[in-house]
Every structure is written in structure tokens, then in C-alpha cells.
Design a protein around this ligand. Sequence first.
Ligand code: CMX
Length: 137
Amino acid sequence: MKDNKIVLDHVAVATSSLERSIKVYESLGLSFGQEHEVVEEQKVKVAFSPIDETAKLELLEPTSSDSAIAKFIESKGEGIHHLCFKVHNIEEVSKDLTDKGMRLLYETPKKGAHGMLINFIHPKSTGGVLIEIAQKG
Ligand code: CMX
């Protein structure tokens, strides 16, 4: 990996109601925009709030009962869903992780929220934490 500097981009929380969760985090002082993006490919509606200069909180509401987020809420309940790290070169990082024996979800990165290119490291490869890697699209 040439440029292996990563930063925490966001912590994601799965919720069955964006509206209700926004109220919870706004009571802590976070601030979500009015626009909530629907990411069709992931079957989710998302809302982001900055936490500091680089990290955000992402709220994820499923838009369909066959969404991975709906499945997560059904089996584990609402709560923390994944950590996302921003990387400089997602193709390079993906190859590096695969070479290290990690199981990535997609063969090639997909489009996520905010036009980012995203992939996920399966929780079975990480000790139970779903990790997203994302590159500015
Ligand atoms: N964190 C930790 N473990 C999780 C998990 C999560 N978020 N989601 C599922 N698991 C666990 C399950 O409990 C299950 O464990 P057991 O076998 O011990 O019961 C195991 O992982 C497999 O679960 P599964 O539902 O059968 O899932 P898959 O193997 O099909 O793996 C997964 C798919 C988890 C990677 C996928 O469902 C997922 O969450 N994809 C990411 C979707 C997402 O976050 N989209 C939003 C992106 C928005 C953006 O752009 O930021």
C-alpha cells in the first residue's frame, strides 16, 4: 500500500426510524441536514451529522424489507451497525486486505452515500465488527 493513511469517516447506526433517531442525537447537540439521501443500491435512507472535523454519525433506515439493514434490525435490533474508514485508494486497500486473507463483500467497490466508492470487510473476518472502507468518488 503506497498511501495507507486512513481516517475514521463515520460510525453508522441502524434504526427503523430516521426521524426518531435524529431527535435522539440532536438532543446531544448533533445536527443533521434536512435532505436525507436514499441509496437505492443499498436499499437505505441515510442522514449524516458531523461529529468533528472528519468523523460523522450516519443513521441508516431500511427502505425495503430485503435490505441488509432490515435483516440486521430483525435479528439484532437497532444499534451500532458499522465503522467506516476513508481510504485514499480503495482498489489498492481492497487488494491488500484480500491478500491478508480478509473477506471483502464486493469484488469491485460500489456506489454508496455521498457518491463515495465503498466496500465492506465481512464481520467474520474482523472479530464481529462490520467495517466499511470508502474512497471519495
Ligand atoms: N455487525 C456485526 N455482525 C453482523 C452485522 C453487523 N453489522 N451484520 C450481520 N452480522 C453477522 C450476523 O449476525 C451473522 O452472524 P452469525 O452467523 O454468527 O449469526 C453474520 O454476520 C452473517 O450475517 P448475514 O446477515 O447472514 O450476512 P451476510 O453473510 O449476508 O453478510 C453483511 C452481509 C453483514 C456484510 C451485509 O448484510 C451488510 O450489512 N452489508 C452492508 C450494508 C450497508 O451497511 N449498507 C449501507 C451503506 C451506506 C453507506 O453508503 O454508508
